[in-house]
Design a protein around this ligand. Structure first.
Ligand code: AMP
Ligand code: ZN
Ligand code: FE
Ligand code: FE
Length: 288
């Protein structure tokens, strides 16, 4: 009997706020015994080609991204993340939205740095940009600057209320989540709501929104994720079953910016096959 394939559909590289390059990431995925890995950097497809070129034998690559979205149905609007798989990376409207959000992240990052500096905290925007090394800038890069400055010792601490979690937290200009779902579908991609119940990161959206998103083209929900309790995972599975959505599980690996390991959570082959069958933008890539 062959073992079930191990499928991890949510990871980050240096194209955003992970610490492994796309090439290192796919090699680490193979070393971790994965059969399928998705590269899902924040608001960018910049890591795709390097991941394809470095793909080790036996590993299948799913090209994806994690889109910074917002639900404007309440005031203040609630940020959320949408995983998008196998979409056409040249679809003009989606390309334009991703570029706009990446720029908005820089605007927000620079404003956070200005707030920190106004309080006498010695971090600099050029230093943070250098740390991001051309990848999508995120708060983990600012967290690294706080660690280097000796103000906190871990990323988790940097995301606490005294720092990036509340006191120095600023919103960014995200994509309206309904528009994001429509754009991903129009680009032949498959949208999956990332960690929908991760309440310890901030406010979460009500199930009623997920019902509406399912009607608008959402394909699935990420249930198995380290930021979900067992009860939250069960709730997400139940909701997905009610709405006919597929369910994923994934590590949301960020290298040393987080403690979770590649393959710590995985997706059932049936859900993976549904994603591949629903996609028409780009194909999974298998080497050799
Ligand atoms: P940003 O995309 O700039 O808003 O930053 C969010 C990123 O920071 C997410 O992708 C997470 O990986 C990471 N993050 C959010 N909350 C935490 C936390 N409490 N501890 C560590 N990393 C976090
Ligand atoms: Zn991240
Ligand atoms: Fe996320
Ligand atoms: Fe993520």
């Amino acid at each position: 009997m062959t073992a079930a394939p191990r499928i991890d559909l949510h990871t980050h590289s240096t194209a955003s706020d992970g610490t492994l390059s796309p090439a290192e990431l796919v090699r680490a995925a193979a070393d971790a015994g994965l059969d399928v890995v998705a590269v899902t950097d924040h608001d960018t497809t910049a890591g795709w080609d390097a991941a394809v070129r470095a793909l080790p034998p036996g590993l299948t690559l799913i090209r994806g991204a994690e889109l910074s979205c917002r639900w404007y149905g309440v005031e203040p609007a609630i940020p959320l993340h949408l995983l998008a798989y196998l979409f056409d990376p040249t679809e003009p409207e989606l390309v334009a939205e991703l570029a706009r959000v990446r720029l908005a992240r820089e605007v927000r990052g620079e404003r956070i740095v200005a707030l920190l500096r106004a309080d006498g905290i010695d971090v600099s925007w050029p230093e943070i940009l250098a740390g991001a090394a051309g990848g999508t800038v995120g708060r983990p890069h600012i967290a690294q600057a706080l660690i280097r400055a000796g103000l906190v010792t871990t990323t988790t601490e940097a995301f606490g209320p005294e720092w990036l979690g509340a006191r120095y937290r600023l919103p960014k200009e995200d994509i309206d989540v309904f528009r994001a779902v429509a754009l991903v579908r129009a680009a032949g991609g498959v949208p999956v709501f990332a960690h929908p119940r991760a309440s310890r990161r901030g406010r979460i959206v009500p199930d009623e929104l997920i019902v509406e998103l399912a009607a608008a083209g959402l394909a699935g929900l990420e249930a198995d994720h380290e930021d979900h309790s067992l009860a939250e995972r069960a709730h997400v599975r139940g909701l997905a079953a009610e709405l006919g959505l597929l369910v994923t599980g994934s590590s949301d690996f960020h290298g040393t910016h987080k403690t979770v390991r590649l393959g710590a959570y995985t997706t059932d082959p049936g859900a993976y096959e549904r994603i591949v069958a629903a996609a028409s933008g780009v194909t999974p890539v298998a080497s050799g």
